[in-house]
Design a protein around this ligand. Sequence first.
Ligand code: GLV
Ligand code: MN
Ligand code: MN
Length: 421
Amino acid sequence: MSRATADSLRVDASRLWARLEALGEIGAVHGPNGERGCARLALTDADRDGRDLVVRWMTDLGMAVSIDAVGNVVAVHAGANDELAPVMVGSHIDTVRTGGRFDGNLGVLAGLEVVETLITAGVVTDRPVAVAVFTDEEGARFQPDMLGSLVYVGGMALEDALDVRAADDGARLGDELVRIGYAGPTPCPAAGAPHRYLELHIEQGPVLEDEGVAIGVVTGVQGISWTELTITGQSAHAGTTPMRLRHDPGFVAASITAGVRRIAAELGGTQVATVGRCEFSPNLVNVIPATVTMTVDLRNTDEAILQDAEGRLAHLCATLAAAEGVAVAQRTLARFEPVAFDPAMVDLVEATATALGHRTRRMPSGAGHDAQMLARVCPTAMIFVPSVNGLSHNIAEHTEPEHIAAGADVLLQAVLACASA
Ligand code: GLV
Ligand code: MN
Ligand code: MN
């Protein structure tokens, strides 16, 4: 195929959209104002049903599908020389409980659309093209996040990953894989690295929409620090215990929540801080709680500042524990340093989008992605498309079809560029 023919290839955006809609029906959540979201937590029955559908699509395209020991699905579309390492495209199809239909799903289904476009046009690339679905990217049910891709690149021992317990029902990850039929025979970590890795994803924030830019050129991913705090105090009667004699974990949890907001304000820049989970026990109106378990999510593009934020959180917890007479135990749920993507791959995404006539903007990713793990083993880049109202991890998550099409075409052309030997 001539370069001119390759340059003129475009995805079938309506076919991609139809797959997004069909996958989005599995675990569908409907909101009161017409929102159409998705609850497909990792390794639940809904995740299994979503995987089954995607695997069927992969098989229908004639791809060679393998499932590895941590449940990652990798489907390979042959190239002219299958001795060469593949160009890999991928993402995840698990969602948070209040998720949307695009987060992760887009990267996987755009990968299938790239493959189907190549097949339909009769284009054979030098290298194979692989489409990956990584297990438990969200980390909403099993921590850490990006668990499947982390094990894939050798960043976490398989046995440790299989022993992780679910935050909701305590189920063991390895048992859940077996239960849903996705404990596969392919060894993980993977035997060899892909030649290149590309991931198309929604931005999940408001910047591209605000600036009227169709394509975000992702320069890297900010560092992530997840901590679980268990605060233990003295449970007592809410009416009879004078305020001065309390050891109240609920008060400390509220103070930590306000405190992390203060830490983010003090550090400024890209620092963000979130308390996303907080559970009181016994959680009754007239009982001072015995324990509170809560999570703190800290992120920064700068590792030194992220460490500063972690230090301030530890100091805050120690100060509050001493003042209130409670114990605060810390457990790290996830910790990943900031990642910078390969400069040549970033340039490629930018040049490809520009050649297709799109306005672009370089930006770091605020969210975690499988790409940050693949970046450990091969040159990697990401393409962002706008999120309406900047919303994600919300059932109102939406991306306009024209932006889905634009991102998928950039992905297609970037794959073509990477897949020539
Ligand atoms: C994953 O989506 C994360 O960034 O929390
Ligand atoms: Mn995602
Ligand atoms: Mn997500």
